[in-house]
Ligand binder design. Structure first.
Ligand code: B3K
Ligand code: ZN
Length: 876
């Protein structure tokens, strides 16, 4: 970074100076260099009164070999190149621009632009990677049709892919070959993709509702061909679902997915040519856990759904990122809910939101769903833009109901097909189709922070009127001190003394209240006794709600609430309350409220319950969630209390857990469907409680499961339990066996790394440092980095937050190192250090010192600079 990084503001948006009608690309791929020849047919955008100069973006690493306008080569004086900007002076209104660049994908470790992953060429252009390939008006509101020729050595790179349909191919005399691809749909450069490699594929067919046949192909390295079927099934299910639920059909003759090992994120929705991290596409019962199967299904759907929400209708600028991401996450969540258990999916999503997104909202990088400014857009692919963005779309769905929401989405897609638009355009379409006023609702897009609701109630026996008073507020965030009230849909039910739902407005049992004021009172008439309120059913808004439930009321809701999500939430509130009380008193008064034991026993022995729900209810809130809820995190107390409660529960319910473990075995072949996933999750949860008892009999139960398992879910669960138990030697044995068995399966080895990085036992940091020297570790592969460094810093809280600051020092060293290799990964790694405000004064000082050390470490990427400087600016 040569100069102070520039802040980009939404308010400064200007339409582009030129449009690009057609983009023709030719890639000549070699081992030492790649030559990119681009031809752009451009036209001046006449909407500007004063003509703006023609500006292209191009990364400093590119060598510009030729620049010509309408056939005439430009001289040095006719253009300027400053930082990323290439400005052409005095250009005509219509022109053909020729650009030839030389790049070195083989040396590109940032994994942005064109790079090599395990010997194959691939691309990642979102958000601003295309400018590492050629000079281009690389902004999402410049849409162009692309024709791309890829030329490479045939023996090394037999497969040559790009977006759209293949229209020509040929061979050269020197062992090279080429393929030309044409994408008829205008698209921004961030959706461009290219792949060249020695790949195999599976294929299938899909016929759209209107009868068009589509070829489906999934490519991977030969050794992974046996892991592609589940992704293919998931793809076909997604295509059907999007036709049925949103009326959206696929639009090209071919849809391709390619699996690559080196990838910064999960996957990318390039038009017609999705590129996936292997971790989000490969699945086979032997090597893949249930959680990973579900992730494959969800991510395949997510990227496929982007074909409409993102590609056909795209973003005007990167501030609008949630337009496509929030909406598409909402779509994939609904798809997964339809394919599996709706309540379990909701519980998982809300857990992530409450643990990690709420923490983001409370930290120095807090930003609205539609940020107002950024230094580096890669830093804004966040839980706020994705998950909170999806919650915002869900709230619109709740406010409008499914029919009007669908009318709104139809209108949105029709009105804006082929255009680059804003979140306001999305809300406008919802308003226009439904007739509802969403003007106040729009604050969800512009105000950061997690709203807080205080609910109080009153029952008047003489009149039979029950009143709920709701106050809303929202803490200030670095960008905005005072917040205006939000429009919040608050779904609720009222339970009578038997636990049945009382009929509410219009006879329904769940009513959605519209909160719009900072304080509002709602009255319910004709009640014979004070009801128990079931508030925020289904988590109808991303808020923190407090209501003074007694433990007995929570037990009552756990037993009776007709809303499955709130039944689970009552169990969490009960456990959180008990844990917080013990944490406050730690280390004295370590005694467990018997009511938790009794409640768990009832749930565990109730055969009418879905095993998946039982497993969710019996999973204690995580250390990270308790940390998020605390004002000042007591790292040791949270860890010890959680362990203590786990052991107490295991002791008290030993026979029930054992019975559950035994009754949830099966001899049937592995299936990743909802009922089987549920069965395994409960069985493995029971085993984990048993192993917590430090009893050799249960250790050997886990060891047998490890040895006999015919699927990775059971084997990995047993591995984790043995490794995390106090039986150190047994842990080492299973680790050695596991590595021996799976060392050639890179994704399985990631699990092996993660299990060790999350082990809290003495010497954790030293083990992590040693793992980074292991042959299985590769600094340049983000999956390895995540499995070791991120897992240690985010899941092994006791050791990351060691009072001597060694965990912080370790992380800062890694960030400094990765800043050069891969800035996006470096910046993501930083997250736990940005949370320094939540810790005691000693830890705060240590964390800030490490942030300062990173700041002073030399040339920082924009990615790392933005996060570190904002974290330090929060020092008052
Ligand atoms: N749209 C991509 C995100 C790529 C971000 C790269 N910095 C994945 C997705 O959300 O579908
Ligand atoms: Zn996405």
């Amino acid at each position: 970074m040569s100069q102070e990084p520039q802040v980009i503001y939404l308010k400064d948006y200007q339409a582009p100076a030129y449009s690009v009608d057609k983009t023709t690309l030719r890639f000549e791929l070699y081992e030492e260099e790649t030559i990119v020849r681009a031809e752009l047919q451009m036209q001046r955008n006449t909407q500007h009164a004063e003509p703006l100069p023609l500006q292209l973006f191009g990364h400093e690493s590119m060598e510009l070999l030729r620049l010509a306008v309408n056939g005439g080569v430009l001289q040095q004086a006719e253009y300027s190149r400053e930082g990323e900007l290439l400005t052409l002076l005095d250009t005509p209104d219509q022109l053909t621009l020729e650009i030839v660049t030389r790049i070195e994908p083989q040396n590109n470790t940032s994994l942005e632009g064109l790079y090599k992953s395990d010997g194959m060429f691939c691309t990642q252009c979102e958000a601003e990677g295309f400018r590492r390939i050629t000079f281009y008006p690389d902004r999402p509101d410049v849409l162009s049709v692309f024709t791309t020729t890829v030329e490479a050595e045939q023996s090394r790179y037999p497969v040559l892919l790009s977006n759209g349909n293949p229209i020509a191919r040929g061979q050269e005399e020197d062992g090279r070959h080429w393929v030309t691809w044409e994408d008829p749909f205008p698209k921004p450069a961030y959706l461009f993709a290219l792949v060249a490699g020695d790949l195999e594929h599976i294929e299938d067919q899909f016929t759209t509702a209107s009868g068009r046949p589509v070829e489906l192909k999934i490519f991977a390295e030969k050794k992974d061909l046996d892991k592609l079927d589940y992704a293919m099934q998931s793809l076909k299910r997604s295509m059907t679902w999007d036709e049925e639920v949103y009326g959206r059909e696929y639009d090209l003759d071919i849809f391709m997915i390619v699996a690559v090992d080196f990838f910064n994120m999960g996957a990318m929705e390039n038009k017609g040519l999705n590129i996936f991290n292997t971790s989000c596409v490969l699945a086979n019962p032997k090597t893949t856990t249930d959680a990973a199967f579900q992730r494959v299904e969800g991510v395949v759907a997510h990227e496929y759904f982007h074909n409409w929400s993102g590609n056909r209708v795209t973003c005007r600028d990167w501030f609008q990122l949630s337009l496509k991401e929030g909406f598409t996450v909402f779509r994939d969540a609904e798809f997964s809910a339809d394919m599996n258990s709706r309540t379990v999916k909701r519980i998982e999503d809300v857990t992530l939101l409450r643990t990690a997104q709420f923490a983001e909202d409370a930290g120095p990088m807090a930003h609205p769903v539609r940020p107002a400014s950024f230094i580096e857009i890669s830093n804004f692919y966040t839980l706020t833009v994705y998950e909170k963005g999806a919650e915002v779309v869900r709230m619109i769905h709740t406010l409008l109901g499914p029919e009007l929401f669908r009318k709104g989405s139809d209108l949105y897609f029709d009105r804006h097909d082929g255009k680059a638009v804003t979140t306001d355009d999305f809300v406008d379409a919802m308003e226009d189709a439904s007739g509802r006023d969403l003007s106040q609702f729009r604050r969800w897009y512009s105000q950061a922070g997690t709203p807080e609701l205080q609910v109080e109630d009153r029952f008047d026996e003489s009149t039979g009127v029950y009143q709920l008073t709701v106050r809303q507020s929202c803490p200030g965030t670095p960008d905005m001190k005072h917040k205006q009230p939000f429009h919040i849909p608050l779904a609720l039910g009222l339970l009578d003394q038997q636990g049945s739902d009382l009929p509410l407005d219009g006879g329904q049992t769940t009513q959605v209240l519209d909160l719009t004021e900072s304080e509002q009172t709602f009255s319910f008439e004709g009640l014979s006794a004070k009801p128990v309120p079931s508030l925020l059913r289904g988590f109808s808004a991303p808020v923190k709600l407090s209501y003074d439930y007694s433990r007995d009321e929570l037990l009552f809701l756990m037993a009776h609430d007709s809303d499955g999500f709130n039944r689970w939430d009552a169990s969490q509130k009960l456990a959180v309350g008990i844990m917080q009380e013990l944490v406050a008193a730690y280390p004295s008064q370590m005694q467990l409220d018997q009511r938790l034991v009794d409640a768990y026993r009832r749930v565990l022995t109730d055969e009418s319950l879905d095993p998946a729900m039982v497993a969710q209810i019996l999973t204690l809130p995580s250390e990270a969630y308790l940390a998020e809820l605390a004002d000042v995190v007591d790292v040791e107390a949270i860890h010890e209390v959680r362990q203590f409660i786990r052991r107490q529960l295991a002791k008290a319910l030993e026979s029930e857990f054992l019975a559950t473990y035994n009754s949830h075995q099966t001899l049937e072949a592995y299936r990743p469907d909802a009922s089987e996933v549920a069965r395994r999750s409960l069985k493995n949860l029971a085993l984990s409680y048993l192993v917590a008892l430090d009893n050799e009999a249960y250790l050997s139960l886990a060891q047998s499961q490890f040895a006999d398992a015919d699927n990775m879910t059971d084997q990995q669960a047993a591995l984790g339990q043995v490794v995390h138990s106090d039986f150190v030697e047994a842990g080492q044995q299973v680790l050695a066996k596991f590595y021996d068995q799976w060392q050639h399966e890179s994704l399985v080895v990631n699990q092996w790394l993660a299990v060790q990085a999350s082990d809290v036992k003495e010497g954790a940091l030293e083990r992590v440092v040693a793992l980074m020297q292991h042959e299985a570790f590769d600094m340049k592969n983000p999956n390895k980095v995540r499995s070791v460094i991120s897992v240690f810093c985010n899941q092994n809280l006791l050791n990351f937050h060691r009072p001597d600051g060694s965990g912080y020092r370790f992380l800062a060293d890694q960030v400094i190192e990765f800043n050069r290799i891969n800035p996006q990964i470096a910046s993501r790694l930083l997250t736990p250090l940005t949370r320094w405000k939540k810790y005691d004064a000693d830890r705060q000082a240590l964390m800030k010192a490490e942030l300062g050390r990173i700041m002073d470490s030399g040339e920082l990427s924009k990615d790392v600079y933005e996060v570190v400087s904002k974290s330090l600016a929060a020092v008052e």
